[in-house]
Design a protein around this ligand. Sequence first.
Ligand code: DAH
Length: 340
Amino acid sequence: MLKDLKELKNKAQEEVKQANTLRELERISKEYLGKKGELTQILHSLKDLPKTSRAEVGKETNEIREFLKAEIDKKVSGLEETDKKEEEKKEWIDISTPAPKPNLGHLHPLTILKRKIEEIFNNMGFATIEGPEVENEWYNFDALNIPKNHPARDAWDTLWLKDDDLLLRTHTSPVQIRYMEKHQPPLRIIVPGKTFRRDATDASHDVQFFQIEGLMIDKEVSAANFKAVIQEFFRQFFAKPIKVRLRPGFFPFVEPGFEIDMSCLVCGGKGCSTCQKTGWIEMMGAGMVHPNVLKAAGLNPKHWQGFAFGMGMDRLVMMKYKINDIRLFNSGDLRFLKQF
Ligand code: DAH
């Protein structure tokens, strides 16, 4: 019997040695030490042995049990250790690898070209000025010689705020008055900024858009000076010579007033669908500042004169970048924005 036990021990020991997975070791443990395991069964059958050998066999079996248990535990922790190392190897980080590039944003197309426009005018001596987006009736209409019954004051055109007198400015022209009130001529300014109208939106109209106002006041300023300034601006902005023409146009705050056209960039002035076959595109309103406007701002029209102009900045940017829908600017659509 003792000899059988010795063989059993050797056999089990060999199996443990060969095992190289936790699962195999579990099976071996079950086979020898489990409830129905071989060593457990020997212990159960001790009572059938002659009294003389019972104690010795029992002792030996228990020793083998303890030994085998220890061997299995040792092997299990050995395997667990190598598993851990394997895991760690897989998790290894190469700290010399360059980090992924951060996803940088960039300026909005309107901002890019607003800066360009400012640069061109600043170089011609015009200062960049800002004014409030919420205006009152005096600055937006009265001071600009727009009569009380003018349709522009209608609730259909202007966004009125609850407070009776306040509105979202319909143009940047009120800043002319605000600036002349506080500064003595000679002066040259441009005013880029947001403007608002109760327009139905379509490809060329939005409720919010940008304008650039211009104002030059001095002792002797003529419409010819205006034409030269604006022609030079277009030449620099579009990076090619542009023809400009002045047509008579009416705005209450200028006298005389003009509509300014530039030669169509798409067809080079020959006539196409963009310019409705005329070869010209309407770009802005302008004129010689009306004496009433100078008076409203506290200047004497006998001493001072000048020109003013106002252009749609979105329109200008659309022409430059060949964008066909004004609503894209505020759409937040990255497919559009990423192109600039
Ligand atoms: N304020 C006018 C508008 O929004 C544009 C304009 C026309 C501005 C003539 C001017 C000007 O300064 O002289 O339609």
